[in-house]
Design a protein around this ligand. Sequence first.
Ligand SMILES: [Zn+2]
Length: 76
Amino acid sequence: MQVNTTITRTAQSPRDRKCPLCGRRPGRPCQRKPAGDHLARFLDAYTAGQLSHAYIALVLGELVVTRRAVILDGAR
Ligand SMILES: [Zn+2]
């Protein structure tokens, strides 16, 4: 799954925060090649008030979710 993160290279990038899922340090991508970040980083930045609702909606709108995707308890 790939999400266009070009627009995240801003002063309030989710990458400026430690990833709550894999623990990657701020400034480092969760995945190096191709560079990318876990959705958890975006959600963490959103709940911290660093990303707008419109921004997180844009990110979620780019996700490709398959029929086999699992929505964990507590995510609804
Ligand atoms: Zn991560």
